[in-house]
Design a protein around this ligand. Sequence first.
Ligand code: SF4
Length: 211
Amino acid sequence: MKIEISRLHFPVTTLGPGKRIGIWFQGCSIHCTGCISVDTWQFGINSVSLDEVKLLLSEWLPKSDGITITGGEPFDQEAAFFELLEFLRPYQQSVLVYSGYSFQELQKKVEMDNGWIDVLISEPYDHTQPQTKALMGSDNQQMHMLTPLGEMDFNSFQSHGLEKKLDVHFEEDRVWMTGIPSNGMTEIVKSAQDDRVFLRHTQGAIKKKES
Ligand code: SF4
């Protein structure tokens, strides 16, 4: 089976507790205004073998504390997404999934009680909303604890309130930032420009200037 992936990274420390595997799906049909992941909207540009993805994840899973799946929109690739979730479940690490669909839509789309997703953050990003919740880009978004493992791992995040952090990853000629940026993202953009780099997308793919 094929799966469209924007990127895979380990470790990610800003999208849930512990050192997590980050899986960014490629392709999103929702197109929220103000989305910071515009680079993940287009379908059909990065289709890879799901078996190869599983192989890479198998190397990381013995060292990871959990998995965060975001995008892009994972539920736009239901078959591959569910096969991936089924593969991850035996590792017993908390799986956090971001979706831009409403919880009501997701309940209609899938059986939420199969135990494959521990924590679900639902609802589309709304740039007009305040941004005061940990792990969420706008306050209309909802965190659903779907399993005891999810509650155990993520309840402390909610009790700690808002903590906005970004991981920075250097890859060849790119600098990736992962995490939920605050509204102060513009300061990062300005700082990057001062250092003679420019942002390809506000998602955080900063490409160094050609010398
Ligand atoms: S915020 Fe998420 S759901 Fe909304 S357009 Fe961006 S990737 Fe899609």
